[in-house]
Design a protein around this ligand. Structure first.
Ligand code: SF4
Ligand code: SF4
Length: 116
């Protein structure tokens, strides 16, 4: 098992999660494979130690333990696994980036048809 970043991160990517991951296993892809998005971060399932630290840190509520990934985001389990062994880096948060409002967070979920 591992934790999974869902598409709720796509184009939100505020990089709060990498600040707390104790094993630095949350990555941004930097290669040329168009099937691996650069507009969201991905968790390496082979390196994740299931500590849960990233979940409360994510303002967009985009991260789930693998068995709890909502059906609508199930494909993201395999998407995260694509980062294994690829060109990648651990990005740092820009402290000047704004924190999303509750309305923005709700609108992002609605955009993906996710109803918790
Ligand atoms: S904190 Fe959440 S939204 Fe921000 S980069 Fe990490 S997973 Fe994506
Ligand atoms: S669960 Fe822990 S080890 Fe896994 S990605 Fe989140 S912070 Fe990192």
């Amino acid at each position: 098992m591992a934790y999974v970043i869902t598409k709720l991160c796509l184009n939100c990517k505020d990089i709060a999660c990498t600040q707390v991951c104790p094993v630095d296993c949350i990555y941004e892809y930097k290669g040329d494979d168009p099937s691996i998005p650069k507009e969201m971060l991905l968790i390496d399932p082979d390196e994740c130690i299931d500590c849960n630290a990233c979940v409360p840190e994510c303002p967009w509520e985009a991260i789930f333990e693998e068995s709890e990934v909502p059906d609508i985001f199930k494909d993201d389990i395999e998407l995260n696994a694509r980062i294994v062994g690829k060109e990648r880096f651990v990005p740092k948060r820009n402290p000047d980036d704004p924190i999303p409002t509750p309305e923005q967070i709700a609108a992002n979920k609605e955009k993906w048809g996710y109803k918790p």
